[in-house]
Design a protein around this ligand. Structure first.
Ligand SMILES: Cc1cc2nc3c(=O)[nH]c(=O)nc-3n(C[C@H](O)[C@H](O)[C@H](O)COP(=O)(O)OP(=O)(O)OC[C@H]3O[C@@H](n4cnc5c(N)ncnc54)[C@H](O)[C@@H]3O)c2cc1C
Length: 442
């Protein structure tokens, strides 16, 4: 079969790898060569190669670990125990004076002084309770907010969980379904060894190394890459589909689209009922600053910033957990914020954005000044995080679209798990299996 894959992110490349393994002729379309790897692609900053958006994997991420092995990269996969924390702003509205608390293990929760002893105990029990839920459908009718207030208590929700939910979903936080938080508790537990720290995995040189290797394998099996934006997918009267990119039209037996359902509607003429469903799943955008500093700012890997009104809500000092000789003494840090793509901050210039972020950073780390900045980059993703609301299972689109021969494998279909490279790889390979006429891959 002649198959077009639109998108060379984790999903598209895993699908291309699987389809060429099965002997099919594949053309992968991506907007530009620099976009290879999609959200999990790499960049070069201050002489070092690092992800554009921070990434790690979990010990339970079997699909990506297996693909890393098949690509011959197992030796580059490193596992480390993360030190996580939470920055709590001072009770008064001053810009400084907050505190950082370790938040890595259950013992850290039990010592967390911002909560009463009762709230700490209730929070621990809530986590255990969530992990014991086998059938997630029970949590489909309740919001994460209501479930947390009921099980962990109001104080715990206000001081701990609300900042965490806000950090990911902003004003959509209240509508996020209970299944999302259930899945987070389950996943984080699965990558923890005993009562200790989480074990997190990273690919030396960034996950872009995996995606570059998959592209090489696809090419070596006769697959092609077209670095141009696809502007239309049309069903041909005689069967098959045509794909147009950069003014060039080519015909295929099947087409797999791997970006958001809303983007698919922009390039394919789909029936209105299907298009309405496709546009119904909201996505949060993300802005992420990669900041290189002369010296390290903390000894944490991951810090949630629980400060109302803070422009970024996650501080990730990547170089603390996954140092690389090319970093030298410098700190490689990500500052991240999920928001709506209509938000002024998403549209702000790189300099404006960096100015606002660095001001806030100085409030958290009083020793930090802009003079410490060696370099920085800003990356924006319009479709960064699907919002899984109540009864989300009813909104999941099937892999077969309303147009014969056109398939969809996107982050928005991953459920009850949340998006992530592991599930992207699994869904890309599963889509390849479906395109070839079966529902299973292995
Ligand atoms: C801030 C952030 C942090 C994350 N952290 C982690 C983490 O720690 N661990 C983890 O495993 N995952 C993490 N993820 C999630 C992970 O990056 C994604 O789940 C995964 O990369 C999605 O891959 P994908 O191929 O499905 O989508 P994408 O990477 O979005 O790829 C889709 C591709 O399609 C292309 N495309 C779209 N339309 C067209 C068109 N018309 N023509 C040509 N090309 C087109 C796009 O350019 C894009 O490259 C994170 C994501 C973000 C945003």
């Amino acid at each position: 079969m002649r198959i077009a894959i639109i998108g060379a992110g984790a999903t598209g490349l895993a699908a291309g790898y699987e389809l060429t393994r099965r002997g099919h002729g594949v053309t992968v379309y991506e907007r530009s060569e620099e976009a290879l790897g999609g959200l999990a692609g790499s960049q070069t900053v201050a002489g070092a190669v690092i992800d554009k958006f921070y990434h790690h994997i979990f010990t339970s991420d079997a699909d990506i670990i297996s693909l890393i092995g098949e690509a011959g990269l197992s030796d580059s996969l490193v596992w480390k125990n993360a030190k996580n924390g939470i920055y709590c702003a001072a009770a008064s509205e001053t810009s400084s004076g907050g505190r950082i608390y370790p938040f890595t293990s259950p013992a850290d929760l039990m010592r967390f002084p911002e909560l009463s002893l009762l709230s700490r105990a209730r929070t621990g029990l809530a986590v255990l309770r969530a992990k014991s839920v086998g059938d997630y459908s029970r949590l489909e009718d309740v919001s994460a907010r209501d479930w947390l207030i009921k099980t962990a208590g109001r104080e715990s929700y206000d001081k701990l969980w609300r900042p965490l939910l806000d950090s990911k979903f902003g004003e959509d936080a209240d509508g996020v379904g209970g299944v999302w938080i259930w899945n987070k508790f389950k996943l984080r537990g699965s990558t923890r060894r005993g009562a200790g720290a989480e074990s997190l995995g990273y690919l030396r040189g960034g996950f872009g190394v995996l995606y570059g290797r998959l592209a090489e394998i696809i090419r070596s099996r006769g697959g092609r890459f077209m670095f141009s934006e696809v502007t239309s997918v049309v069903a041909e009267p005689g069967g098959g589909l045509s794909v147009t990119a950069g003014g060039e039209r080519a015909e295929y037996d099947k087409v797999l689209f791997t970006a958001s359902p809303a983007e698919l509607c922009q390039i394919a003429a789909l029936p209105p009922e299907y298009a309405e469903r496709a546009r119904a799943v909201k996505h949060k955008a993300n802005v992420c600053v990669t900041l290189v500093t002369k010296k390290r700012l903390s000894d944490y890997y991951w810090l949630t910033v629980a400060k109302p009104g803070a422009p970024f809500v996650l501080f990730i000092e990547h170089s603390n957990l996954f140092p690389d000789p090319s970093f030298g003494e410098r700190g490689y840090i990500f500052l991240s914020r999920y928001l709506d793509s209509s938000d002024a901050l998403f549209r702000a210039s790189d300099d404006e954005l960096a100015g606002v972020f660095f001001d806030c950073l100085g409030g958290i780390f009083p020793d930090f000044t802009p003079a410490d900045v060696v370099d920085y980059r800003v990356h924006r993703a319009e479709y960064a995080q699907p919002v899984a609301g109540l009864r989300h299972s009813e909104r999941i689109l099937p892999p077969e679209t309303a147009l014969g021969g056109l398939y969809l494998a996107s982050m928005a279909q991953i459920y009850p798990e949340d998006r992530g490279q592991n599930y992207a790889v699994a869904s890309g390979r599963a889509a390849a299996g479906i395109i070839c006429g079966g529902r299973t891959v292995k």
